[in-house]
Write a protein that binds this ligand. Structure first.
Ligand SMILES: *Cc1c(COP(=O)(O)O)cnc(C)c1O
Length: 377
């Protein structure tokens, strides 16, 4: 089956009793046992498994070409399950611009438990230099947040294999529609399903998918059930519902973002645009070799500083000034102020999640907002 067909059918379980065409939401926390003490429906208790969660895990596994997938109550909980499965004393290598929520999790929650080296992963030499005997895992994120830096999944995966190190890719920005890390050599893929997979900015969720159901994966499954950060049946249902249109939404996000990136790239009040689909982007060639489309995320530097960037995000009318990404509506944010005082993100950087509105309207809105900083000068 092709990806559009998988997206629609792999997350559905028709109801055998009612013949409802769409899977109902099973709110029951517990499931009746048979006379022999068995579980005739295959379910025991909803923290362990639930029909809606199981349907969600099935569609994500199929989309990523994975042997198995596990759903969590947030992207951060999915990341945490990987780190918990590693155990005390592990060293990991993560991107120097790792998603800040997971970076802070490693530095605060896993302080003293896991040791992290943050490196610029666009350099394979930098990754090699950071490997130690106790390095258990390389975490990659490409394109990264918020500079859309690209790392070479194939060569990092080859390096990891040589050294017997687990490699995990945060594929939130690309989704399995645009990039399939397991096919490029990764062991595990991580998603914040809060973003494109659910797609409508109304559910927090996360997922992991594995290349092989090995011992490490079994540990992750054990953490999922015993640590218990599982998604509710309703959240699982909403995510399955969102995934049905994912392939078509991603086409729209990618084509709209390409138009917006091109427009900003030619704008006199814009200093630089970061979008992997632009030919002058440093990661363009690698991105083209591992992505089938470049996605809906971009960022840009306005001429000026924090004041000018804030003026732009305060002046748009169609974009909503908010953090997060991946919904059908366009979002815009002054990134440095959400990341906090220690951020390395430039003060004049604006991050955009390009939605599915008409690209002409988005361009007009950005153009109007940029004119406001033209007037400041
Ligand atoms: C949002 C996000 C996360 C964290 O996901 P939550 O669902 O907010 O916990 C992780 N990685 C990336 C790239 C993200 O954008």
């Amino acid at each position: 089956m092709k990806i559009e067909t998988i997206a629609i059918h792999a997350g559905n379980r028709k109801d055998k009793d009612t013949h409802a065409a769409i899977q109902p939401i099973t709110l029951s926390t517990t499931f009746e046992r048979g006379e022999d003490g068995d579980y005739p429906g295959g379910f025991i208790y909803s923290r362990i498994d639930n029909p809606n969660r199981s349907a969600l895990e099935n569609v994500i596994a199929k989309l990523e070409g994975a042997e198995d997938a596990a759903a969590f109550s947030s992207g951060n909980a999915a990341g945490s399950a990987v780190f918990q499965a590693l155990g005390t004393g592990a060293h990991i290598i993560a991107p120097d611009d790792m998603y800040h929520g997971l970076r802070n999790q490693l530095l605060q929650v896993f302080k003293g438990i896991i040791d992290v080296s943050f490196v610029d992963q666009s350099s394979i030499e930098a990754i090699k230099a950071a490997i130690r005997p106790e390095t258990k895992l390389i975490w990659i994120e490409t394109p990264s947040n918020p500079l859309l830096k690209v790392c070479d999944i194939r060569s990092i995966a080859t390096l990891a294999k040589e050294k017997n190190i687990i490699i995990v890719c945060d594929n939130t920005f690309s989704t399995p529609i645009n990039q399939r890390p397991l096919q490029l050599g990764c062991d595990i893929v991580m998603h914040s399903t809060t973003k494109y997979l659910s797609g409508h900015s109304d559910v927090i969720g996360g997922a992991l998918a594995c290349n092989t159901n090995n011992d490490f994966w079994k540990k992750i499954r054990n953490v999922q059930v015993l640590a218990g950060a599982v998604p509710s049946p309703f959240d699982s249902y909403l995510t399955v519902r969102g995934i049905k249109t994912l392939p078509y939404r991603m086409k729209g996000h990618s084509s709209n973002a390409a138009i917006v990136a091109e427009y900003l790239n030619n704008h006199p009040l814009v200093e630089k645009v970061f979008y992997p689909g632009l030919k002058d982007h440093t990661g363009y060639v690698i991105a083209k070799s591992q992505m089938s489309a470049f996605g809906g995320m971009l960022s840009f530097l306005v001429k000026g500083g924090s004041d000018e960037a804030r003026k732009v995000v305060n002046s748009v009318k169609i974009f909503t000034q908010a953090t997060s990404l991946g919904g059908v509506e366009s979002l815009i944010e002054h990134r440095a102020s959400i990341e906090g005082p220690e951020t390395k993100t430039p003060q004049n950087l604006i991050r955009v999640s390009v939605g599915l509105e008409n690209a002409d309207d988005l361009i007009e809105d950005l153009g109007m907002a940029l004119l406001k900083i033209g007037k400041i000068k």
